[in-house]
Design a protein around this ligand. Sequence first.
Ligand SMILES: NC(=O)c1ccc[n+]([C@@H]2O[C@H](COP(=O)([O-])OP(=O)(O)OC[C@H]3O[C@@H](n4cnc5c(N)ncnc54)[C@H](O)[C@@H]3O)[C@@H](O)[C@H]2O)c1
Length: 330
Amino acid sequence: MKKLLVTGGAGFIGTNFVYYMAGKGYGITVLDKLTYAGGKDNLEPLINAGSVNFIEGDICDAEAVKRSLDGAEAVVHFAAESHNTRSETDPDLFYRTNVEGTNVMLRESFTYGVKKFIHISTDEVYGSIVDGYFAEGDKLLGDSQATSAYSKSKSQADDLAMEFGRNHPVVVLRPTNNFGPWQYPEKALPRWISNILLGSKIPLWGEGLQVRDWLYAPLTAECLEFLLEKGEGGNAYNVAANHNPEITNRQAAEWLCELLNVSKEDFIEYIPDPRPNHDFRYALNVDKITRLGFMPKIDPFNQFKATVEWYKQNEAWWKRRKEEAESIYK
Ligand SMILES: NC(=O)c1ccc[n+]([C@@H]2O[C@H](COP(=O)([O-])OP(=O)(O)OC[C@H]3O[C@@H](n4cnc5c(N)ncnc54)[C@H](O)[C@@H]3O)[C@@H](O)[C@H]2O)c1
């Protein structure tokens, strides 16, 4: 399957994936609405080189989806509203894009006759876990333990994809928190890096002891290439870094201070948690995808380092986005 339709390919993980797959000789059409999170500038070199066919359009628009499917053998579906904080103020948009949009994508893709559809879900569909790890079978139907409009809408989209997967080759991927190049500076890591580069502090919520499983986005791209070949229709797969020891937000912030040569005492600021009930720890069991043969190279400190370097070298990219990104925290 060398011809792909990638939705949301101008967003963060989508861009990482499109570069990775274009480098492997795949023919790629990107369908993207170019919301605040999508950047056509991300893909400009590939579009100019003719390796990506870019279509600006909405996944909820069946006609735009039909046009984009022309020639596609497989679909990789990233497009979504992806930010928890924004979902508190505009939940309808999240349900429209994430649930309705996924339904249109699934329906039109199989009417057209694609051979595989990979739906990008999230670890947040399981909710938070104090100890232990969620396995794929722990996702209950419906909103389950998802806690925000973002994660609830992703949970419903995941159900739709699994339901289609009973009769069609649909694979669901549930990755943990991604980080890396091209991540919009509303999200924790690029927000903190760009703050330090601007001489501002990193605001850590509460005591900063929340645990996130940080997965380097280029590894998610590798994982998707693997699943295009090996993923079995009707199955969901977790993918995670499973750090040992686990990485608290405080640890992540201290690493960034070290990598950017600033003192943690001066640059980390502890603020009252604006979302005191938000998920404290995410953790996934990855036995299923490991058994299938996928073992990503996890090296968090050096992957943080590569990410910091990218933001240092692409100042114009994040500066264009920073003001809008910060406005949601005011
Ligand atoms: N970032 C993470 O840590 C993470 C972790 C797990 C899962 N995910 C999932 O991975 C996917 C990609 O996440 P991301 O962080 O790259 O998101 P992102 O917000 O950076 O990018 C989303 C992209 O989708 C596009 N889009 C939004 N609405 C659209 C619509 N109606 N029609 C067409 N395009 C539309 C945007 O323009 C943007 O290019 C999402 O489905 C997200 O839920 C993300």
